[in-house]
Design a protein around this ligand. Structure first.
Ligand code: ZN
Ligand code: ZN
Ligand code: ZN
Length: 242
């Protein structure tokens, strides 16, 4: 955190130095899908060699999840085509407003802007041969999207799962789940609340994400139950499509 001198912010453990939450998926057909375009996208893409993006999924339109959208123009250049982006109706509207210079027709060919094809999604859809299942979750009073692909689910920025979304998570074996800190927060799960979700879903492996500087990586992992760990920047995990 900017200007913070706490033990985690000063830690020498690279896993305590956290960029904004985002994931990068390689689907079985080889296509590469980015989930959210954080303000750190450029730095993360350089560090972790993200040289291709075939599609982008958006969980919601909070600044920490969309403000790196401009960097997509590099992928337009590399791949010589607009990039398809998917989000719920509200997120798509927010992105159009926030990035009016991108979507304003008059400015469209002004040069130096990303070329984005925005699609509003209301249910499962296919990317290549993979089915992407949007999973509505509460983020405070707002409903945003998690995503399920095969046995994997990504649920960032949530403090509640509506009854109607639990069936969409049946059989998840690899889960990435919001767990901000120990103290209660109006829009994010605490560690204890996240562990309740783990208890109910019983995935083989769970990684907590959107973790704040209240939680030192090594010490927190040491006291979490078996099969539950904190995620960290650069973590790579394999999941089954089935
Ligand atoms: Zn700190
Ligand atoms: Zn958020
Ligand atoms: Zn967030």
């Amino acid at each position: 955190m900017i200007g913070c001198e706490c033990a985690v912010c000063r830690s020498e453990d690279a896993r305590d130095q956290r960029w904004r939450p985002s994931i990068y998926l390689e689907l079985p057909d080889g296509s590469r899908v980015l989930v959210d375009t954080t303000p750190d996208l450029r730095a993360q893409a350089l560090r972790f060699h993200v040289t291709r993006v075939d599609a982008i999924l958006f969980t919601h339109s909070h600044a920490d999840h969309i403000l790196g959208l401009d960097e997509v123009r590099r992928y337009n250049m590399l791949q010589k085509a607009p990039r398809p982006c998917y989000g719920d109706r509200r997120t798509v509207g927010d992105i159009r407003r926030t990035f009016s210079y991108v979507f304003e027709p008059a400015a469209r060919w002004g040069g130096g802007i990303p070329r984005i094809d925005l699609f509003s999604i209301a249910g499962p859809f296919c990317l290549g041969r993979s089915e992407i299942i949007p999973v509505p979750v509460f983020h405070g009073s707002r409903s945003i999207l998690g995503f399920r692909i095969g046995s994997f689910a990504y649920l960032t920025d949530t403090n509640g799962i509506p009854e109607s979304s639990w069936p969409l998570l049946d059989g998840v074996r690899l889960l990435v789940l919001d767990a901000l800190r120990e103290r209660p927060h109006p829009t994010h799960f605490t560690v204890d609340q996240a562990l309740e979700v783990v208890d109910r879903l019983r995935p083989d492996l769970t990684y907590f994400t959107h973790v704040c500087h209240d939680l030192p990586h090594a010490a927190t992992c040491a006291r979490l139950p078996a099969g539950v760990e904190l995620a960290y920047d650069g973590l790579a995990i394999e999941f089954d499509e089935a």
